[in-house]
Ligand binder design. Structure first.
Ligand code: PBE
Length: 273
C-alpha cells in the first residue's frame, strides 16, 4: 500500500471559471502543505457541495446566491449583500465548512441576447422580453432550469418561453449565432459576452440574488491543515470581475489550458504580495 496522506482534492463545476479557480486553489494548497492536490472537474452544484461536506473534496469555489438557493433552499432574494454572505458563512460553519476567502467578484446569471436584436426591438430590461418570449427559445446551462433562481426570474417578469434548452455553457454563445436560441442565461464573468456582441438585459426588479465567489474549505483542511486555510486567505479580494473575465477569456478566447492560466495568476500573485 502507498503510505502517507491522500492527495488533497479540489472540486470544480463544469465551466471555465471553475476549471481556472480550482487550479489556482490546488496550487495554493500544494505549496502550503507539500501534498499533491488534484482537481475533480465537472461536478454539479449539489454533488460538489455534498463531496465537500462528506470530506471527499477538500475545497472548491462556490457563489453566495447558489449556496443560498441550492444548499439552504432559500428562494427569497436578500436585500443586503453582506448579510447574505454572513448568513451563508454561518450556515456553512454549522456543517464544519469554512469560508477561506471572498475572492472579490460575483458571477451572476445574465439574461443576454444579440445586440442587434436587442436594439431593433428596443429591449433593455428583462421584463421587456415578456412580449417576445412565447415565440423564443431560451438557452441555459444544465442546472439552470431546475434551479429556484430561474423560477424567480420567470415569475418576477412574467416570462413564458416557447421552449427551454439546456446545453454545455461553452455552447450557449454559438447557439445565439446559429439561431438555435434567441436568448441565453450566460454568466456575467464570461470572457465572450463582448466578442459575441451579446447585450445583458437589466434585472431591474432584482429577481436574482448576489453571487459573490467564495473559496470553501472542508473539514479536513479546517482541522488538519490550518496552514493551508491560512494560505487560501491570501486570495481574499485578489480577483475582481474584470480580472476574472480576463482569466476566463484566456481559456475560452485564446485557447490556453486552465492550468496554464492558473499558474500565470499565481506567479503574478507572488510578484505583488
Ligand atoms: N452562477 C453563475 C452559477 C454558474 C455561473 C455562479 C450563478 C453557479 O455555479 O452557481
Amino acid at each position: 500500500a502507498r503510505g502517507g496522506p491522500r492527495p488533497l482534492v479540489v472540486g470544480a463545476k463544469p465551466f471555465t471559471e471553475q476549471y481556472v479557480l480550482s487550479r489556482i486553489v490546488a496550487g495554493v494548497l500544494e505549496r502550503a502543505t507539500g501534498l499533491p492536490a488534484t482537481t475533480l472537474d465537472s461536478l454539479g452544484s449539489t454533488v460538489v457541495f455534498d463531496g465537500l461536506r462528506s470530506g471527499e473534496i477538500d475545497a472548491y469555489v462556490d457563489y453566495v446566491g447558489t449556496l443560498r438557493a441550492v444548499i439552504l433552499g432559500r428562494t427569497d432574494v436578500p436585500r443586503d449583500r453582506a448579510a447574505a454572505t454572513r448568513e451563508v458563512r454561518e450556515a456553512l460553519a454549522r456543517e464544519g465548512i469554512a469560508v477561506a476567502a471572498e475572492l472579490g467578484f460575483e458571477n451572476t446569471y445574465v439574461v443576454a441576447l444579440p445586440r442587434a436584436q436587442a436594439e431593433a426591438l428596443g429591449l433593455e430590461q428583462i421584463g421587456d422580453l415578456a412580449r417576445h418570449a412565447p415565440g423564443w427559445t431560451v438557452g441555459g446551462d444544465y442546472e439552470l432550469f431546475h434551479r429556484p433562481e430561474w423560477q424567480a426570474v420567470v415569475a418576477t417578469y412574467g416570462l413564458r418561453f416557447a421552449s427551454e434548452r439546456s446545453m454545455d455553457p461553452s455552447l450557449l454563445f454559438e447557439a445565439t449565432r446559429s439561431g438555435e436560441v434567441q436568448v441565453i442565461l450566460g454568466y456575467s464573468t464570461d470572457g465572450r459576452l463582448d466578442a459575441y456582441e451579446l447585450v445583458p438585459l437589466v434585472d431591474d426588479r432584482a429577481a436574482l440574488p448576489p453571487y459573490d465567489a467564495l473559496v470553501l474549505a472542508g473539514p479536513r483542511l479546517v482541522h488538519e491543515y490550518p496552514a493551508a486555510l491560512q494560505a487560501l486567505q491570501a486570495l481574499a479580494g485578489r480577483i475582481d470581475a474584470a480580472q476574472m473575465r480576463r482569466l476566463n477569456a484566456a481559456v475560452d478566447r485564446d485557447g490556453l489550458a486552465p492550468a496554464a492560466v492558473a499558474a500565470g495568476f499565481l506567479r503574478e500573485l507572488d510578484a505583488r504580495p
